[in-house]
Design a protein around this ligand. Structure first.
Ligand SMILES: C[S@@+](CC[C@H](N)C(=O)[O-])C[C@H]1O[C@@H](n2cnc3c(N)ncnc32)[C@H](O)[C@@H]1O
Length: 358
């Protein structure tokens, strides 16, 4: 990847055919001109379980993946590792392979009938418990109340979360400078800025455009900017990621999204907007919690909690297959890694992190 993995993860091969170091990748002319898709995963992630019908070896290089169809990529992705211990973590991998749960894989969500019945039963219990909130939501009252409360919740939660993923964020954002324009200036757009918890990771002189559909975050963003005077705020726009018409085509070097794609109404439309506002060769940086391995207890709990999580996460969805959407989008390069944020039994533990180049 374009950023070094944790010490256990050696620098992975990238850009399809090449096994070049990341710095070379972003500066290589091919990376800016080729529309060819290269799926670049760390060796941990590259350890794919061979599909039942295919004689592919367990280790598939990015070169091997280079020309595969999206369907084939998905099939292989279903058997990829969780990036935590390098073990295979397929959708229904062997019982010791999902790792995180420490419960073994009994396919709680995967054994169709009893699993689904249990999910439905637990959902009914939660529905009863949360009936007052559900009623307020049906009356349209919960959303307006929570939109005002959510920034205060995030102001408390974001520093705790940042502490947990500090190393990963630092490592990810350390490569931002590579995408600066010819004069060394970096025009960065953040979608769903929230309280501005990522500001501390942006390089000095960065020209920042902040967007968020919730205007109640404004005060928190401005406060955070006061503490991050190395940044230069260009604009603060109230806008959803699906409609960034205030931002001109090709006007950004980098777009950042952290913990946002779980809440948007259409990931595809957001990614289309990302591609539109990025200049050729610009990069989209992401860090998102995603659907767990379908064979894990984490996925089981994601399914149980999903209908209600949105009430407390401002529309947040627990079981989004965000990687699938990223793979479908017309980026020339996708660098992605899976990891778990502790404690690993919580439904928001499985994460993807990385960047994609236009
Ligand atoms: C969990 S918070 C994350 C905030 C911040 N990015 C962070 O990492 O701390 C989710 C953010 O996404 C924003 N959001 C929700 N729906 C959105 C949409 N459709 N487009 C853009 N942002 C959205 C929310 O207002 C909120 O700021």
């Amino acid at each position: 990847m374009g950023w070094k993995g944790p010490s256990r993860v050696p620098t992975p091969p990238c850009r399809g055919q090449g096994h070049l170091p990341p710095a070379q990748l972003s500066s290589s002319p091919a990376s800016n001109t080729s529309r060819e898709r290269a799926l670049c995963l760390t060796p941990n992630l590259l350890r794919l379980s061979p599909p039942r019908s295919s004689p592919l070896p367990a280790q598939v290089s990015s070169a091997a993946l280079h020309n595969r169809s999206a369907a084939a990529l998905r099939e292989r992705r279903d058997g990829q590792t969780d990036g935590r211990d390098g073990q295979v973590a397929g959708r229904c991998a062997p019982s010791n392979s999902t790792g995180c749960d420490g419960m073994g894989c009994s396919c709680p969500g995967g054994r169709a009938a009893p699993g689904m019945l249990l999910v439905l039963l637990l959902q009914r219990c939660l529905q009863l418990l949360l009936l007052p909130i559900h009623a307020l939501a049906c009356l349209g009252l919960w959303d307006s109340f929570y939109k005002r409360l959510f920034p205060h919740v995030m102001a408390k939660v974001a520093p705790v979360y940042n502490h947990k993923v500090y190393k990963q964020k630092q490592e990810l954002f350390s490569s931002l400078r590579r995408f600066a324009g010819p004069l060394g200036q970096l025009r960065l757009l953040e979608i769903g800025t929230g309280t501005g918890t990522n500001f501390q990771f942006y390089p000095a002189g960065c020209r920042l455009t902040c967007t968020d559909p919730n205007p109640n975050f404004r005060m928190f963003i401005l406060k955070n900017l006061l503490q991050n005077q190395h940044l230069q705020l260009e604009r603060l726009v109230v806008a959803s990621g699906e409609d960034l018409h205030q931002v001109a085509d090709g006007s950004m070097d980098v777009v950042v999204c952290t913990l946002v794609l779980c809440s948007v109404s259409s990931i595809r439309r957001v990614l289309e907007e990302v591609l539109r506002v990025l200049r050729q060769g610009g990069a989209f940086y992401f860090l998102e919690h995603v659907a767990a391995d379908h064979c894990s207890w984490t996925y089981f709990w994601q399914q149980v909690c999903d209908p209600f999580w949105k009430y407390f996460g401002d529309g947040c969805c627990l079981s989004r297959e965000t990687q699938e959407e990223l793979e479908k989008t017309n980026f020339s390069e996708l660098n992605l890694r899976h990891f778990h944020v502790p404690p690993c039994w919580i439904p928001t533990s499985p994460h993807i992190i990385g960047y994609a180049v236009k």
